[in-house]
Design a protein around this ligand. Sequence first.
Ligand SMILES: CC(C)(COP(=O)(O)OP(=O)(O)OC[C@H]1O[C@@H](n2cnc3c(N)ncnc32)[C@H](O)[C@@H]1OP(=O)(O)O)[C@@H](O)C(=O)NCCC(=O)NCCS
Length: 110
Amino acid sequence: MTGCRSPMWPRSAAEDDRKILGVAGMMPSWIMRGVWDFNWINVRKDVQGEGIGHALTEHRIREVLQRDGRAIHLMTRIPEFFEQWAFRVSRDYGGEGWKLMTLQLGPVVL
Ligand SMILES: CC(C)(COP(=O)(O)OP(=O)(O)OC[C@H]1O[C@@H](n2cnc3c(N)ncnc32)[C@H](O)[C@@H]1OP(=O)(O)O)[C@@H](O)C(=O)NCCC(=O)NCCS
């Protein structure tokens, strides 16, 4: 991976020789100041398992910390991946296996 762009919206991209290898979307939530939504992370199939998803997630969490973010929410069907960063399941929606996960970075204040 030679680059990691970082616009907060719509997504951050890991690039290699100008080819996109993966994307990770993050945006401020409307429910509360300091709360962020991690919308989606997707790594190209042929380069999965090479650390790109890990790097993109770290990059996004770092950006939220730099902006004094206090909590990150996401929806996923693979909670094990996000537990690496201490995201915790706060709601299991059943059905297709979607779970709401939260990473608390500090106290939430208005
Ligand atoms: C999930 C995904 C983003 C992971 O990205 P990746 O680049 O393949 O993962 P990495 O190589 O960075 O793996 C980092 C760690 O996560 C683990 N991991 C990877 N995919 C995982 C999965 N599906 N479930 C649980 N753990 C996983 C790896 O074992 C690795 O752990 P290790 O460091 O102890 O070996 C990627 O496989 C993907 O795009 N999947 C399809 C889309 C998807 O399911 N997105 C998530 C929806 S919210």
